[in-house]
Design a protein around this ligand. Structure first.
Ligand code: ZN
Ligand code: FE
Length: 255
């Protein structure tokens, strides 16, 4: 039986997502932004919480852990490098480790940059990746603890996943990201249609995620820093991709 997901909004602009394995009944919450919102999602779906998979230590991704763990006695999986900053951790993981949710198997990808120990969870067979605050649709996370070079390598790791992988991120920032991306690539046709789609989606109250790796590659400027067209759009022809990426990120910080 194929895996099921349930996406929901919480806090100011966070996303929570449940990953459910129908064959065993196991359910993981990817991050735990807020216990009440996760509880609501559980009662709506009728799923039982067995695991919490944490991407990074920020409070808007971990604030719900303690209350959820107390009630559901679920297992908490977290990045080894940030385990001391995260409450209730049972299992720590690093690059290449496998994490099971019932019969589903996820692989840990270290994607530092937003935080120094940030990880993503890739479920290859299910064609799903949970990237926390590393990549957003049409955007990427702020570099708070790492370097631009580190973040660029993390983005490449996500971009290199199979094209039909569906990406779930931690926030709904797409509309603002589209506005910024259009200042970098105003003539990018894929970006312009994404802009129209995002307007339609937000008018009808629909989430703009998940998105596929294939489509992010066509319109996410941060995943396009090694394209000649993008470098030349910001007057940086011939510069190393990591530098182009850093320049785009710096512009977004000031946008
Ligand atoms: Zn964060
Ligand atoms: Fe966040």
């Amino acid at each position: 039986m194929p895996a099921e997901t349930h996406l929901f909004s919480c806090l100011k602009d966070n996303y929570g997502v449940l990953l459910h394995d129908p064959s065993t009944g196991a359910t993981a919450s990817i991050d735990a932004p807020e216990a009440a919102a996760v509880e609501k999602a559980l009662s709506r779906t009728g799923w039982r919480l067995t695991d919490i998979l944490i991407t990074h230590h920020h409070a808007d991704h971990t604030g719900g852990i303690e209350a959820l763990k107390k009630k559901h006695l679920c297992r908490v999986v977290a990045p080894r490098k940030e385990a001391t900053k995260i409450p209730g951790v049972d299992v720590t993981v690093r690059e290449g480790d496998f994490v099971s949710v019932g019969s589903l198997t996820g692989r840990v990808l270290e994607t530092p940059g937003h935080t120094a120990g940030h990880i993503s969870y890739w479920f290859k067979q299910e064609k799903l990746v949970f990237v926390g605050d590393t990549v957003f649709s049409v955007g990427c996370g702020r570099i708070l603890e790492g370097t631009p070079d580190m973040m660029w390598q993390s983005l490449l790791k996500i971009r290199n996943l199979p094209m039909d992988t569906m990406m779930y991120c931690g926030h709904e920032y797409t509309a603002a990201n589209v506005h910024f991306a259009l200042t970098i690539e105003p003539h990018n046709g894929a970006l312009r249609s994404r802009a129209e789609e995002v307007v339609r989606m937000s008018e009808s109250g629909k989430p703009t995620i998940p998105t596929s790796i294939a489509s992010e590659k066509t319109y996410n400027p941060f995943l396009r820093a090694d394209l000649h067209s993008l470098a030349s759009a910001i007057g940086m022809e011939g510069a190393p991709p990591a530098q182009v990426f850093a320049a785009v990120r710096a512009r977004k910080d000031k946008f």
